[in-house]
Design a protein around this ligand. Sequence first.
Ligand code: NDP
Length: 303
Amino acid sequence: MTAELIDGTAIAKKVRAEVKEKVAKRIADGKSQPGLATVLVGERIDSATYVNMKQKACAELGMTSFHHPVSSDITQEDLETLIKKLNADPKVNGILVQLPLPDHLDEERVLQLVSIEKDVDGFSPINLGRLAQKGREPLFVPCTPYGCIYLLKEAGVPISGANAVVLGRSNIVGMPAALLLVKENATVTVVHSRTKDLPAAVRQADIIIAAIGRAEMVRGDWIKPGAAVIDVGINGIPLLNDDGTPLISEKTGKPRQKLVGDVNFDEAKEVAGFITPVPGGVGPMTIAMLMANTLRAAEIQDK
Ligand code: NDP
């Protein structure tokens, strides 16, 4: 392996410890305990797991969480009423609406309604719009892209003047990651499903952020020697027996899976200068940055 491993688990732990210390200090100074409201619509198991992890993180760092699980058939009006109530609640510093919402709900209207001072996910059109504008600063940056940039900085990767390629242009990862890199003075190319020659575009990059949700699609020979590779993808692929048949779990009777990123790690680590693993790279950073944003929300609301 030639690449230096960027250990997201260790860096996230450090961020969480810093947040915990600042929370304890503000409480010792007589200030309020930061509070995060989580809104979970319906019973999606993955969404419930993510919300649970966020609540646990709040408890660990000395923050309060207020959980609002609502039925999957909630009306737009009732969901909007809940958001308005949370906007008005002084104990709630941050509001997190777990996405995706069921199809009958207008996600954009819901996100637009979250007060920008409580938009700890950074998904409100105002915060995203500010991220896109020169000379304007968002109050909050979306947690996963924020984590990607944080990892690059912690690893000492120079961003200013670098050629960066972002694979993917989603509202929650690819596009805000590209905007953040521009703010950091990188020269940025965004590639997506209509890009004609993906490998050629990626080969120009000193920094690669991969967020396409395609298991191990970025190959070693797409990577410029020495480049920094941040792999956001989380994909489950089947584990196989020696004869190539799916490995079945004795416990559940279901095929076993392993998690891989959007980058072929074994190939990429031989070429890249820096690389994040999956799991243990970007994943742990997302919640750490949410905690940092929630503390920031409390600080903004102190004023
Ligand atoms: P989306 O599905 O919203 O977006 C995927 C993007 O990748 C789209 O822009 C799409 O292009 C592009 N794309 C898809 N297939 C290809 C292809 N074959 N070639 C080139 N581009 C392609 O995904 P997300 O942004 O929400 O998530 C991306 C990955 O990151 C997923 O694996 C997800 O699980 C993971 N993730 C991880 C997080 C973490 O905490 N680590 C947090 C959030 C996501 P187009 O726009 O043209 O359709």
